[in-house]
Design a protein around this ligand. Structure first.
Ligand code: GDD
Ligand code: MG
Length: 352
């Protein structure tokens, strides 16, 4: 059985982080995001191949994931000649398929039991089964209405304020039957949410909901990206390297050097080769990437710093995200919620 990961979006809402790092491989702690999704797909013993549907910066993603060595499943890449939208991408990637396929949006993290979704899909002989999750505000998502028997009655992508009739949304995880793919036009941009799902309802086909009340997040915005790290550190989402640690515990690489006289308050993540100098303060929910140096008197608080950063003496970084190789000068202050692209240089005493 195959799984398709839709990972071709540009990640515009995560810019500038995604200028050099496409969203599917932004690091969550020290692992690319897609590793977490692949871990979840491995729950399904039948899945023997993950097809990555790519468009934006495919090379970068291939370099990071290879053929799936060390991931426990074979990885194949399908690169669209142009962005085909979610529907077009599924058709393009799944054209040769003859059996049910699992599809994930490449930016959602859940603990849904994928085997149970597959079981329901088969029991109901559905054309499509989609996972739903309740949210406070469905505006930014696909609103999905169901009936008492778990059938989908309405699918409305990005509803207007006055169109919100329930709180269940499309969680971005599907089981689909490829015999319907031929109704997706070839080689034009086409949305699974706006066209294909409504077409199932119009035709009266079996279109089933699997409602999951467990953890769910779409990492597509800086606020959500910060949130997912907090959730893993708090144990709300069990994932390495925090899964085995006591609540509130920190993960510190064996070769990281935290000098005497550092005020260190977990939970935090400190990666390989990090140096934190005397008098610095590392406050809760900080993630300090590989080889980053935090100088005397600097404060890192609730922030994520990607590898190879330099945080100068007495600088302070609060509630922000810094891309790779950022240089934060002496006494600089970076406040909530700044997002700095790779190689940003902040001159001494700047305020951001
Ligand atoms: N290959 C390919 N080609 N992938 C694409 C393309 C494309 O042209 N466009 C988008 N994708 C991928 C994105 O990379 C992402 O992983 C996924 O498809 C969904 O696109 P988003 O841009 O993240 O959509 P969204 O977050 O606004 O809405 C979608 O996800 C919500 C849940 O997070 C919809 O599926 C909503 O219905 C859903 O509620
Ligand atoms: Mg999204």
């Amino acid at each position: 059985m195959k799984a398709i990961l839709l990972a071709g979006g540009k990640g515009t809402r995560l810019r500038p982080l995604t200028v050099h790092t496409p969203k599917p491989i932004v690091p969550i702690f020290n692992r690319p995001f897609l590793h977490y999704q692949i871990d979840q797909l491995r729950q399904v013993p039948e899945v023997d191949e993950v097809i990555l549907s790519l468009n934006y910066q495919p090379r970068r993603i291939e370099e990071i994931l290879g053929e799936g060595e060390g991931l426990g499943v074979r990885v194949r890449y399908v690169v669209e000649p142009m962005p085909l939208g979610t529907g077009g991408a599924i058709r393009y990637a799944g054209d040769q398929l003859t059996e049910s396929v699992i599809v994930f949006n490449g930016d959602v993290l859940t603990q849904v039991d994928v085997n149970a979704v597959l079981k329901l899909h088969r029991e109901r002989k559905a054309k499509a089964t989609i996972v739903l999750t309740p949210v406070d505000n469905p505006r930014a998502y696909g609103l999905v209405e169901t009936d008492a028997h778990g059938n989908i009655r309405r699918f409305l992508e990005k509803p207007g304020e006055d169109e919100i009739t329930c709180n269940t949304i499309n969680a971005g995880i599907y089981v689909l039957e490829p015999d319907t793919f031929e109704r997706i036009p070839k080689d034009v941009a086409w949305s699974i949410e706006r066209s294909y799902f409504p077409s199932l309802i119009e035709r009266g086909e079996t279109f089933v909901a699997y409602i999951d009340n467990g953890y769910w997040i779409d990492i597509g915005t800086p606020a959500k990206y910060l949130q997912v790290h907090r959730d893993i550190m708090d144990g709300r989402y069990a994932a390495p390297p925090f899964a085995g640690l006591p609540t509130g515990g920190s993960w510190i690489a064996p070769d990281a050097r935290i000098e005497e006289g550092v005020d260190f308050q977990g939970p935090c993540f400190v990666d390989e080769g990090v140096v934190v100098k005397t008098g610095a303060r590392i406050m809760p929910y900080s993630v300090i990437g590989r080889q980053t140096h935090v100088e005397e008197g600097a404060v890192i608080d609730g922030s994520i710093i990607w590898p190879n950063g330099w945080i100068g003496p007495d600088a302070a970084v609060h509630g922000s995200i810094l891309g790779r190789n950022c240089h934060v000068g002496r006494s600089v202050s970076v406040v909530t919620p700044s997002v700095l692209g790779d190689k940003t240089v902040l001159t001494d005493y700047s305020k951001v």
